[in-house]
Design a protein around this ligand. Structure first.
Ligand code: F3S
Length: 282
């Protein structure tokens, strides 16, 4: 069988914890909500919705019930406003994201300019920005870091969205160092799971003829994995489910590597493996 699974697939610790907390809360009868998707995987969110989780996109619509905070966290301003309305908060923020939030808050309080490496539109980054309300910048790559309007003699700090690649982190830090800040504090807040997953996927992509990354298209860590694999092997594809598999990718004798994003459940990976077996051997 030419299928090789990456050593790390399925839910990461933080996602597993968030899903478990939501499932436990759903056993109770009172209404339970999440602000946006609790994790970035459509199939899992649909499953939880069938069991009673209501997904809303505007916190102001929440008048009663309980709110489970997603693994990628929430803005402290929004959380405060929700709690003030008497809504019970079940905080499923991943502890690694919480750590990045604490660092952002502390650095901002100590007067550092805070540079966050990440996707400005991602909920984790939006929340991080609100933890560092003074002089905070979001940059996605070294090009944006070079264009930052940092003043000479300023004290700068750098943190990262937890799912960024180490390569991008180092490139951005290098670009900021070139600006010769008076003082710089660097915190590598990339999650170990994300780092390991990327390293294992990269290694696997170098040994196979086709690489499949299973995960949600709106999942930052899945997209990052895909980018890492694509750099090593052109024949890498991001698929959400087995339905996205294309027959023309599967050639007899071609070895296939499979990895998954941190918010992809094991059962989805298994379904992809089973579909490949069926296509190749039936
Ligand atoms: Fe947490 Fe890392 Fe997963 S930050 S949600 S354990 S990818």
């Amino acid at each position: 069988m030419p299928i090789r699974l990456a050593k790390k697939t399925g839910f990461c610790f933080g996602v597993k914890r968030a899903v478990t907390m939501a499932e436990a809360a759903l056993k109770d009868r009172s209404a339970i909500y999440s602000l946006g998707s609790i994790i970035h995987n459509r199939q899992v969110v649909e499953g939880l919705s069938k069991r009673g989780l209501k997904v809303i996109n505007d916190a102001r619509l929440l008048k009663k019930g309980r709110l489970v905070i997603a693994s990628h966290g929430i803005s402290p301003k929004v959380a405060k406003a929700i709690a003030a309305r008497g809504i019970k908060i079940i905080d499923a923020t991943c502890p690694f994201v919480l750590n990045a939030q604490k660092i952002a808050k502390r650095l901002s309080g100590e007067g550092y300019e805070v540079v966050i490496i990440g996707d400005a539109g991602h909920p984790e980054v939006k929340a991080l920005v609100d933890f560092a309300p003074k002089r905070v910048y979001v940059v996605k790559d070294e090009k944006e870091a070079r264009e930052l309007k940092l003043k000479k003699g300023h004290r700068v700090s750098v943190i990262s969205q937890t799912t960024q690649s180490t390569e991008n982190f180092l490139a951005v830090v290098g670009a900021i160092l070139e600006r010769k800040p008076k003082e710089i504090r660097i915190f590598n807040t990339i999650c170990k799971d994300a780092e390991e997953r990327q390293a294992l996927a990269k290694e696997l992509a170098g040994r196979v003829g086709l690489m499949l990354v299973v995960g949600g298209r709106d999942s930052a860590n899945t997209r990052r994995l895909y980018e890492v694999c694509k750099k090593v092997l052109k024949n890498s594809h991001l698929i959400e489910t087995e339905e996205n598999l294309q027959r023309r990718w599967l050639k007899p004798g071609r070895s296939i590597g499979i990895t998954s994003g941190a918010s992809t459940p094991d059962w989805l990976v298994k379904r992809v493996v089973n579909r490949i077996r069926k296509e190749l051997y039936n």
